[in-house]
Design a protein around this ligand. Structure first.
Ligand code: MAN
Length: 418
């Protein structure tokens, strides 16, 4: 019985079918046609023609390693893992029978002490389940993205209206500004006129040679126009004096001039207020215009982010990302540091919206100015997924949002599986 079994085994081992299986081990289906047991084998680089028995005989004959795909004989050989039920792939031939399971079907350890069970089906099932989850998430993300695009359209409209209002305000303020400039000039002219009326002509002979504050030839003393500092007592006296003898009163003690000066002062103050309001409206306009000029994606899918800031706490720091604006970091003592201002999209040319750059942040001690790279990934929520500082003062964030979902995300996931 035992002898019979040994004979069957010997027959099987020597049968051409077995030899072929052994010879073509580690070869993909598409290359199998090059490994034909009844013919000689031509090295794939065309360098040598060898008898087929020399294929996978554990001796390297071809310089490209193509005669030994199933052994570790050639340093540049590669072994094909069929991995049925999962993904086929190549491993370097040096890993064949090295005691480590590389192929999930265990085919690379065909004559080693290592027992490699076939895990491909299980891995394939796991990956397909994960893929289904991803696809569900992407599909959900794509639906949510539609809502975000609508939300973004409203934000866009609001911003446009805000811009119109600001521009109207700026126009009104400009008119007001001109009006206040005129008022100031008028007040100044009135004051000058009144001053001239109570003061002698400085160009007259009488006024020549006079020193500041000195009375020209017994005339009224000249006082610096800017100084209107009097004691109340003095003021009272001056008013009385003027009532009796206006010619004896200094121009600044003269209530009419004082009134004219205060009219000038208030005109100046009013003008200043309007100028400040105009400047701040102009500043808001240019900030808003700059925002509206940004690229928010082909469907303006990222506009909604203008009205959102996202936060994440990592160890002692709280990070805040206000998209298209800035990134900050607050420590536990409440000290806030700027990690970068919006600079632009930085993704690769085929998907530029995959990365945002924020730079020109607060300078790092003995280091560069802080800057942050934000990677956008498809997710069903808009939130920070991670924040890291891979090197000192250079930060990286992962922002998940449905706005980053695309059919490509779906396709690339499917593509991975094949
Ligand atoms: C602060 C933080 C850190 C940074 C150091 C650099 O502590 O901004 O993220 O690494 O400064 O000195």
């Amino acid at each position: 019985m035992e002898l019979h079994f040994q004979l069957v085994l010997a027959f099987l081992l020597l049968s051409p079918c077995f030899i072929q299986t052994r010879r073509i081990r580690g070869v993909s289906m598409s290359y199998r046609r090059l490994y034909r047991e009844r013919k000689s084998f031509l090295c794939m680089d065309g360098s040598r023609l060898i008898p087929f028995v020399q294929v996978n005989d554990d001796y390297c004959d071809c310089t490209d390693g193509s005669d030994e795909p199933g052994t570790a004989a050639c340093p540049n050989g590669r072994f094909y893992c069929m991995n049925l039920g999962f993904r086929p792939h190549y491993i370097p031939s040096s890993r064949v029978n090295d005691g480590i399971c590389d192929c999930c079907d265990g085919s690379d350890e065909f004559s080693s002490r290592m027992q490699c069970p076939d895990k491909c089906r299980m891995l394939g099932q796991k990956e397909r389940r994960e893929l289904e989850e991803t696809m569900k998430a992407v599909n959900k993300g794509l639906l949510l993205k539609k809502q975000l695009i609508e939300e973004g359209a409203l934000v866009w409209q609001e911003k446009q209206e805000q811009l119109k209002q600001l521009q109207k305000m700026a126009e009104d303020l400009k008119i007001k500004l001109e009006d206040h400039r005129r008022r100031k000039l008028k007040a100044e002219a009135e004051k000058e006129h009144l001053q001239k009326a109570v003061m002698p002509d400085p160009n007259s002979v009488e006024g020549q040679g006079e020193r500041p504050g000195q009375a020209p030839h017994g005339g009224r003393p000249r006082v610096d126009q800017g100084s209107v500092f009097h004691s109340r007592e003095k003021e009272g006296k001056a008013e009385i004096q003027e009532q009796h003898d206006p010619a004896n009163t200094s121009p600044h003690e003269n209530p009419v001039i004082r009134e004219a000066q205060s009219a000038v002062d208030s005109a100046v103050a009013e003008l200043q207020k309007v100028e400040e309001a105009h400047d701040s409206v102009q500043m808001e306009i240019s900030e808003l215009q700059e925002k509206l000029e940004n690229d928010y994606g082909p469907e303006r899918e990222f506009v909604f982010l203008l009205s959102r800031c996202v936060q994440m706490t990592v160890s002692e720091y709280m990070y805040t990302l206000c998209p298209f604006s800035q990134v900050t970091q607050k420590n536990s003592a409440g000290l806030e540091v700027m990690l970068g201002k919006w600079s632009g999209w930085l993704g690769p040319p085929d998907s530029p919206y995959r990365q945002m750059k924020y730079d020109e942040g607060e300078a790092c001690w003995q280091g560069p100015k802080r800057s942050t790279l934000v990677s956008l990934v498809c997710g069903t929520e808009t939130d920070l997924r991670s924040v890291k500082e891979p090197s000192k003062c250079l930060y990286s964030m992962e922002l998940q949002t449905p706005a980053a979902c695309s059919l490509n995300t779906q396709r690339s996931s499917i593509h991975n599986e094949l």
